[in-house]
Design a protein around this ligand. Structure first.
Ligand SMILES: [Zn+2]
Ligand SMILES: [Zn+2]
Length: 232
């Protein structure tokens, strides 16, 4: 594109003007520092083994997985998707997720109503940004996994009392705030196996709240897939 020639694209992590190849949001040096977690991760909490007292032991999702640690250039990638909805980024993230996922992670599309379920964002933040980034990521995963997207979760829009609370606590969903939208199943009927899709797995509290709501509504099994895992 003429624009790329006139204004070279910037690497979204280090902002160097000259290093980003067209269509690749990260420059070559940043790409080499991506913190891939590899296969030695706990299947419950997605942290590198050993995870000690597994933080997911009491969580309602059966399994969690993420390809990357939330470190190095990863926060910049997540932020670009979240704040700007950077074009092409959801596709790149989905491609990385699918290329590195354990072979048994994705349920078969005909496995009793398996579907990708985006974790609903904080309605106040979404209203401000106008970008539903987890839905965007789920839609990019759909053709790559063969699973339909079922946006059946919602978070209540009542403004939480936030004074004095840490940012991470404010953004965390309370189980009472997550609802399953009745009458909204996958394209072929009710969801039986849900693959929750989110950008970052931090404490697991939001994923747990979503999994609880799904299981209360009759979903048999919940798997949590995120682009990155915050490391303890
Ligand atoms: Zn860079
Ligand atoms: Zn664990």
């Amino acid at each position: 594109m003429l624009l790329d020639w006139l204004v070279p694209p910037l690497c979204i992590a280090c902002r160097h003007a000259t290093c980003a190849r067209r269509g690749d949001p990260l420059c070559a040096p940043c790409r080499t520092t991506l913190p891939w977690l590899g296969p030695r991760v706990c299947p419950r909490c997605a942290q590198p083994r050993p995870c000690g007292r597994c933080p997911a032991a009491r969580h309602a999702f059966a399994r969690a997985w993420a390809p990357l640690g939330y470190a190095g250039p990863v926060p910049a990638v997540v932020n670009a998707l979240k704040e700007r909805g950077a074009l092409g980024l959801a596709g790149l993230m989905a491609a990385q997720l699918v290329a590195t996922a354990p072979p048994d992670l994705w349920p078969a599309p005909d496995d009793g109503g398996a579907a990708l379920v985006p974790v609903p964002g904080d309605p106040w933040r979404r209203r401000r940004r106008g970008i539903d980034h987890t839905a965007r990521l789920a839609r990019a995963l759909a053709p790559r996994t063969g699973l339909p997207v079922a946006p059946i979760l919602a978070r209540s829009a009542r403004r939480p009392r936030q004074a004095g609370r840490r940012r991470a606590q404010r953004l965390r969903a309370d189980p009472a705030d997550v609802q399953v939208r009745t009458g909204r199943g996958g394209p072929d009927g009710p969801v039986g196996v849900a693959v929750l899709v989110d950008d970052v797995h931090t404490t697991g509290a939001t994923l747990h709240a979503c999994a609880l709501a799904l299981k209360d509504s009759g979903v048999r099994r919940v798997v949590a897939v995120t682009y990155a895992r915050a490391l303890a």
